[in-house]
Design a protein. Sequence first.
Length: 716
Amino acid sequence: MTLAPQQLEGQGPLTGAEELWERLGRVEQRVREAVAARRVVDPDPDDPYRGQYLTPEGAARLLETRDAFTPVPAYEGGPAVPAHPEGASQAGSAGGRLAGLAAGFGLAPLDVELLLVAVAPDIDTRFERLYGYLNDDLTRRRPTIGLALELCGLPAAGPGRFRFTPSAPLVAGGLLEITDGARPLLSRTLRVPDRVTAHLLGDDGTDGRLRGLVQEAVPPREPDERPEASRIEAALGTGSGLVHLLDRGGDPSGLAVEALAAAGRRPLVVDVAALAAAPEPAPLVRALATEARLGPAGVILGPLEKLAPERPEGARLLGSLCAALGPTPLIAYGKKNWDPLWTPESPVPVTVPPPGPDGAGRRWRRALAEAGRAVGLSAAHASADDALIESAAAYRLDSDQLRRATTVASRLAAIGQRPVTPEDLRTAVRAQNGAGLERLARRIEPAVGWDDLVLPPATRTQLGELALRARHRETVLGQWRMRPGGGRGRGVIALFAGESGTGKTMSAEVIAAELGMELYVVDLSTVVDKYIGETEKNLERIFVEASDVNGILLFDEADAIFGKRSQVNDSRDKHANMESAYLLQRMESFDGIAVLTTNLRANLDEAFTRRLDVIAEFPMPDARQRLALWDRCLGPAIPRDATLDLEFCADRFELAGGSIRACAVTAAYLAAESGAPLTMDQLVTAVLQEYRKLGRLVLESEFGPWLAKERARGGR
């Protein structure tokens, strides 16, 4: 039963829900009076078919009335049409959620009354039948514009009808929907969206229409209190709700969440890809704007690159969102500068630098502690020591990726009821890498380590320097600012030069394993294109995807695309030089880790050499290293004959590690076919096959007596 006003008198201040019921009681009283007045003039008020037909007598009575031009006196104490819409502040006297709605959407007192009339059937089912009676149509159980004006004591031709125009606060704010657009204005039906009704009744859940598109972020319990967050919060209070965060390797999404939480607003994070892919984004934009204003909340939109605002459709979508939100905060972020042509209003720009080693360490510790509590780890197992934090120093994750990674790592630890280990973190971080780069490069999960490498000490030192640079680049290039200007990135570029089979690709895999990352080998077939300019576009896509992935980019046989520039004799030379020039610029601005391998270092452009951070030389192995390679490649599992002489193979056959591995595999097949342990005959046969494959001469000085035995068995 709807509460009448007198039922709440003398009970002290009203709560929000009580205030709503009290106001609906007033609406009910007006409906009662309207029904009574209608029955007085109704010739047959008890007709069971009333509202389903129109008699000639009824038509005649309609012709004799001029309701639209007859002023209707307002109810005593009822609302009057305000002189200006700025009367919204007066509506705040209603108290509770109605007052917040009036203040947040700029509603006049009349707007609040009209909203109550429209929402009544959604709260009390009796209003459905009463409105059907008053509409003279039992199938129309919601109020029409004409009925709403009548219940508020306003003439149908008066200024009250202009509270239903598209630009009026109720309609523009999404609080009221007007259906039956083909009908005359006064016969159009009013409907309050379910989300608005739920909000008035105390529900703060996100609109169901936004499911899969918007997620309410949970601010951290202990924010970092970074100066950028304070600046964003201050920018939100300058009168303009539009802020652009220029991502320079930091965590713009996390900063936006902290700033909105500090400003007392709910952070609503928009899935940009889902919004851009929506077949009809306009209704979603209106629902999002209404949700943000109901909150009160703020919208976080990014990265803008997924929205592609440089395209007309992307710019229109961004502009419509800004227009719908109005003064409601919109924090957009991306890696590109804001174009003033995207929206009529320019945002407040804020640059987001990397957090630095100390800030990153605090983020990891806090995230691991929260994730550990969530999965039920003990406080001792959920805590992170310095060694664990140091193992994560090379990773670059935003707040959402960090939260997901620490959750996965904590679950892995919870399975064994042990503390989180560096291997758990590596597995969890690799799980955050998207599949975008896999469409352009071949993904390799490292399965080798330092013990699998057989290299000279100098080469090992150079590889260690590469791992060191990758691990501490944020400290040196970010915190200490050792990178010069000119738009240079914070990437690490290395060159592995040496003969084929000397271990260049395996070394890159070892570095990836050392850093807990994956290796992405660029497939030249997906890069090189015969059409002018397409190769550069393919490379740009690879660099963009690689900058967002915790992995190492490997350009195998790099001299194919990083070759020397030549003298321009025709258009082909010109475009080949343009491709090299593009690569020179792009490598400098790259923020990731890249390794170039080449067999022909002399073919690389000298300008590339200057931009390299580490150059590792891979010489042919000597006899001692070849012996270690033979033993390593054969492994401990294969049975060996007692006559197997690996020292003879290492001394006589000058082969690279890749060729030694190929010989070992071939010999293993021969041993498997024979069903006996691996013999020297089978090993020499494998070496002979490798020599023929390489086009090398078979000399008796190298093979000794084994060559005669091979020829006696029919070998050439």
